[in-house]
Design a protein around this ligand. Structure first.
Ligand code: EZ4
Ligand code: CO
Length: 402
């Protein structure tokens, strides 16, 4: 029997910080898992190194479900981003190994293809509306069929989702940067700029918008109602989702579709959102929600309630995660859309292979497993560089959801 011989936790910063788990079997097969948790990287690295790797040595790498249950139930302390990201890294690495052993890409092990292309959405942004409109034109020229639009709110310092230069990275400072927030200013500005986007570019593409947990349920209801004429593909994270039932209030007021889940980690975190049909897209990701094994379970539950996938996929999820996500996206019946941001060139020096982007879509790798290779020599040039996500404060100085 083949056994797990080695599990290495690799921390590097090629363009941004990544934590990667590499499992090697006694037959010399390696598998990669992404363990990156933006701004809290070393907590997951320690969880793996100190508490998970010792349990993996000598185990049968083919027993993916059993290993998942062993780490989840066996840890006693359940759920949460650190635990679920660590379990995800192990799970994804074992799927990678299983694919390589079988000589098949992972999607073949998940039932094969349901579609040829994986529609993605890109992030258009600008410090003001004019810059945003120019950016949307650029994304359309690059072939995107779905575009997320974010811009700065006049009078507020710093904005969520506005790119500086060619790469968007909100975790950019050695201590958390502070941004300001005013719900009143946002609500009187955002519906109007989304209307301007439709006036300029029409309705022949999918338009998305991320509220990033900033509104109360009744404010989100008002926003959703006001933008109905804009026909958003979705409004994302309209309100924090710890209280799943609060989405009922939003639903009672608006037909604007809702996407939630990038900060959630388990099927129980989205259970009520799904079973009560309070959302339209679930954004739990392969790396922050327990890996391929658990995300598939979430998406199967979602399919029963006509909730579709919309996996989180910014660059703080590594190319290993993007490959795993794409393998799920091509295979499931209830695929919705995949978030996608181009990686920095340094990232692609270290993580080689994975899906390819063409005409607004991702095409899955046909290599056995996930098809991503981690280049240790290249990684050695990019040591870990601690960075934090910003915090948001209201105009009276109190802390708001970032
Ligand atoms: O802010 O992943 O929809 N995408 C997002 C992301 C998150 C980052 C935080 O690390 O909301 O841009
Ligand atoms: Co988001």
């Amino acid at each position: 029997m083949s056994t797990i011989e080695k599990a290495e936790v690799l921390v590097s910063s090629p363009g941004r910080n990544y934590v990667t788990l590499r499992i090697t079997t006694s037959d010399g097969v390696t598998g990669l898992g992404d363990a990156t948790l933006n701004g809290r990287e070393l907590a997951v690295a320690s969880y793996l190194r100190d508490h998970v790797v010792p349990l993996l040595i000598g185990r049968d790498p083919s027993r993916i479900e059993d290993t998942w249950q062993y780490l989840y139930r066996g840890g006693y302390w359940r759920r949460g981003p650190v635990t679920m990201t660590a379990i995800a890294a192990v799970d994804v690495a074992l799927w990678d190994i299983k694919g390589k052993v079988a000589g098949l890409p992972v999607y073949q092990l998940l039932g094969g293809r349901s579609r040829d292309a994986v529609m993605v959405y890109g992030h258009a942004s600008g410090v003001d509306v004019e810059e945003l409109l120019n950016d949307i034109a650029r994304f359309q020229d690059a072939g995107y069929q779905a575009i997320r639009a974010q811009t700065g709110v006049p009078g507020l310092a710093g904005s969520y989702g506005v790119r500086k230069g060619s790469v968007y990275e909100p975790a950019a400072t050695s201590l958390p940067a502070e941004q300001s927030w005013s719900t009143e200013r946002y609500l009187s500005f955002a519906p109007d700029y989304l209307r301007q986007v439709r006036e300029r570019f029409g309705f022949n593409f999918h338009l998305l918008h991320d509220i990033h947990h900033r509104l109360t349920p009744i404010e989100a209801a008002r926003f959703g109602k006001e933008v109905e004429e804009v026909r958003l593909f979705w409004m994302e994270d309209p309100t924090p989702a710890e209280n799943q039932e609060s989405f009922r209030l939003i639903r009672q007021h608006t037909t604007t579709p809702i996407a939630v889940g990038e900060v959630l980690n388990s099927i129980w975190d989205v259970q009520q959102l799904i079973t009560e049909q309070l959302i339209d897209y679930v954004r739990t990701s392969v790396s922050h929600s327990g890996g391929i094994t658990h995300l598939r379970r979430i998406l199967d539950l979602a399919a029963l309630y006509q909730v579709r996938s919309g996996s989180h996929g910014p660059t703080d999820l590594s190319p290993v995660s993007l490959s795993a996500a794409t393998n799920i996206d091509v295979s499931i019946p209830n695929f919705g859309i995949q978030e996608y941001m181009a990686f920095a060139p340094e990232t692609l020096n270290v993580f080689q292979g994975g899906p390819t982007f063409r005409d607004g879509a991702l095409y899955v790798s046909e290599e056995p497993g996930l098809g991503v290779f981690y280049d240790d020599r290249a990684a050695a040039r990019y040591p870990y560089d601690p960075k934090y996500l910003p915090v948001a404060r209201r105009l009276d100085g109190s802390v708001h959801d970032w």
